[in-house]
Design a binder for this molecule. Structure first.
Ligand code: CDP
Length: 310
């Protein structure tokens, strides 16, 4: 099979159509490759130490530790009495995680019927507090073990939690007793909303556990992918989670990653499974990321679900 990775190694990103053709040509065939899995776990452990570093913990961020914001220059937060007490003691996950599902928010999930498949995983990660209402259950499942929340969602959807916190607390119930993973120390304006989200959950005896993403980990993961042809200002949330999963899980399957407007059947695909609101600016390089993920799929290091689930 003539493959554009080898035809154009590093020269140009193939067009959307070429990518779809390549995915179709490859078909459903997939075989797990333990050597590839072990290699990526080793590479990610060496660069970014996800086991110890993915969250801010009392262990890796003691009082007085300077946390440098990874999403902008010059800002840092020095861990103080107020923030230290909000950190978990140590990595709370029981490792290694076995079968992990990383669920992106791509419109490709709509009508995929992947819900059952996703819910069968041992550890399910989702991005940006996605809707899990009845109409989507068949396609995206119901169970969540870790969900990311960007502080900008707190600002936009929940009025920055300056007024009622009930809406926020209620809408978090759909994530059960999962971890909520917030990049509280990535952008300066995101810190206060993240801390408010922490208090809103703590004060309501919520079942969720707040984990703050460690900016040093995010920075190192960004560097890891930069060295592998992903030239974005910032990695997408989905790629951060896939990197985390490759570091912590024995097997990784990813769903909902398809940053193209046309599907394999040449029909239009919305950007998200729940709406078609495009990112404000293309700060991310999702197609470049897709190419890397596809590479990992082809080598058997992770499994990517693009079409319908069986
Ligand atoms: O906030 P961000 O734009 O990163 O993410 P999102 O739109 O909430 O979607 C979650 C993740 O799914 C993204 O970070 C991407 O990795 C992935 N995604 C994709 O691959 N294709 C799409 N059409 C939409 C999202």
């Amino acid at each position: 099979v003539l493959c554009w990775f080898y035809v154009f190694p590093g020269y140009r990103l193939p067009a959307d159509k070429e990518i779809a053709e390549e995915v179709l040509r490859h078909g459903e065939a997939w075989r797990k490759n333990q050597t590839g899995i072990d290699l990526y776990r080793k590479l990610l452990t060496e660069c970014c130490d996800p086991r110890r570093m993915f969250a801010v913990t009392k262990e890796n961020s003691p009082l007085g530790k300077v946390l440098w914001y990874d999403g902008e220059f010059y800002y840092s937060h020095t861990v103080n009495n107020e923030t230290y007490q909000l950190f978990v003691q140590d990595n709370p996950l029981t490792l290694p995680l076995k079968k992990c599902a990383v669920v992106g928010n791509g419109g490709i999930l709509r009508h995929s019927k992947c819900g059952k498949d996703i819910d069968q995983a041992d550890f399910i990660m989702r991005c940006n507090l996605p809707p899990l209402s009845k109409e989507y259950v068949e396609d995206v499942g119901t169970i969540t073990h870790l969900v990311t929340a960007n502080p900008s969602i707190i600002e936009k959807r929940f009025q920055n939690l300056l007024w009622s916190r009930k809406d926020f607390v209620d809408s978090m119930k759909v994530y059960g007793s999962s971890y909520i993973y917030m990049p509280a120390f990535s952008m300066k304006p995101g810190t206060d909303p993240s801390l408010r989200a922490y208090y809103a959950l703590a004060d309501s005896s919520s079942n969720l556990t707040m984990l703050f993403a460690n900016p040093e980990f995010l920075h190192m993961v960004g560097k890891f992918w930069k060295a592998r042809n992903v030239h974005a200002r910032r990695l997408s949330t989905g790629l951060f989670l896939v990197s985390l999963a490759l570091g912590l899980c024995e097997e990784v399957t990813v769903y909902g990653f398809w940053p193209f407007s046309v599907g394999l059947d040449e029909q239009p695909v919305s950007h998200h499974y729940y709406d078609n609101i495009l990112p404000y600016k293309w700060v991310h390089a999702m197609p470049e990321e897709f190419v890397q993920l596809w590479h990992l799929h082809k080598s058997g290091t992770l499994r990517m679900r693009v079409g319908r689930c069986p």
